[in-house]
Design a protein around this ligand. Sequence first.
Ligand code: HEC
Ligand code: HEC
Length: 406
Amino acid sequence: MKTTALLALLVLPAVLRAQPAPPRPPGAQPPPAAVSPAPGQQGGALPGLTAAQRAVFANGFEAFAQRETVDSGLGPIFNDVSCIACHIAPAPGGGSRRTVTRFGRTTNGTFNPLEHLGGSLLQDRAIRPDLRETIPAEANVVARRITTPLFGAGLIEAIPDAAIRALAATPNKPDGVKGRVSTVVDLTTGTERVGRFGWKAQQATLLAFSADAYANEMGVTNRFFRADNAPNGDLTRLDRADRILDPEDEVDPATGKADIDRAADYMRLLAAPARSGATDSSAVRAGQSVFSAISCTACHTPLLRTGASSVAALANQPVPLYSDLLLHDMGSLGDGIAQGSAGPREMRTAPLWGLGRRNAYLHDGRAVTLDAAIRAHDGEGAKAAARYAALGGPQQQQLIAFLRSL
Ligand code: HEC
Ligand code: HEC
């Protein structure tokens, strides 16, 4: 049983708690879990949901915000205790500069994720200090990835595979840009799907990502990931520490849902990022033209559309995400890790919506300015970056004003 509403409340920053909780009489029900922002605010639910769907969103938020404990299945090795610990800026459901570490070994151009040594994802915390993973000496590639925001994730999920495949098949893109569909087996259905979530487009559905994050970021086993990770692959150390029966995330018979389902519901119904600042100033409009003129749009496709959905608010909607959701060979900007169908140099075109509210860019957060993020494009993105570098200062500033408005 993993519902501890009070603990969920404690993880939120003070600003999100409207009132200090009054002392509870012994034996009283815990107060309702922390509420996420109101509809229309960043981190709120999609507009146009029914009352029942808003209740599903609120219930999902509770799971997303809940702090796992050893008794609820945390660890033995993990990276943090709740989804919201990392997905918090600038509002719940966002991202953060918090990184996770991946490692592996490349020999003669072939990447080995060193699974037998606990790779490729490092879990850098543990329920006991002696269990904590370290990067093995065998690793010669170590990459960090920052936490991506989840705003509008349900809209991205509802984009039909065919729409993404069509972008990959578009002939004669400028600057020799190609772009490849990430084909993955969605472990929740066992079917081949177009991956779209994560820096490597490694997952196709929110439920699959949720199940993966519960298991690999928090150590909470579930019906899709049934075994705990062994510290650096050492099953003996795991056996000595693991006291909780798997799967730890159980289906609640009353609702038919486990926490992985509730967190997926929450992300699916989370509103898209709102544009920020003066979105219609002359500088922003001029910057938008520059963005197309220098072919940033070859990868950062301004608009896709969702297909059919059982949720009306997700059906046939415009999705101004500024991404083709394809994998591109980014040359030296690649992170050196092969994952899913992505090779070491391939990265998913990062969606640019919500950019105005972020302060670290690129997969490892190395760029603290948009200017630096653009200049770091290499491989298929090198020509666009060179065109940006050749622009006059005023045009560069217009382009950046446009990006900051997204
Ligand atoms: C330790 C920090 C951390 C925790 C805890 C965490 N995440 Fe994440 N999340 C990340 C990072 C880092 C990424 C980017 C990872 C990548 O692509 O390799 C990410 C990416 C995602 C994405 C992909 C979004 C996109 O841009 O396509 C989803 C969905 C997601 N997380 C859901 C969750 C859920 C649900 C939980 C809780 C079960 C969770 N995360 C817990 C750090 C975290
Ligand atoms: C060949 C495809 C391609 C082209 C062309 C391209 N980009 Fe990108 N862009 C990407 C990929 C892939 C990433 C993610 C890179 C990484 O791994 O960090 C990215 C990341 C970014 C980011 C950082 C986003 C984030 O979430 O941190 C910005 C800003 C950006 N691009 C702007 C531009 C601009 C402006 C142009 C035009 C000058 C451009 N891009 C052209 C593929 C492209």
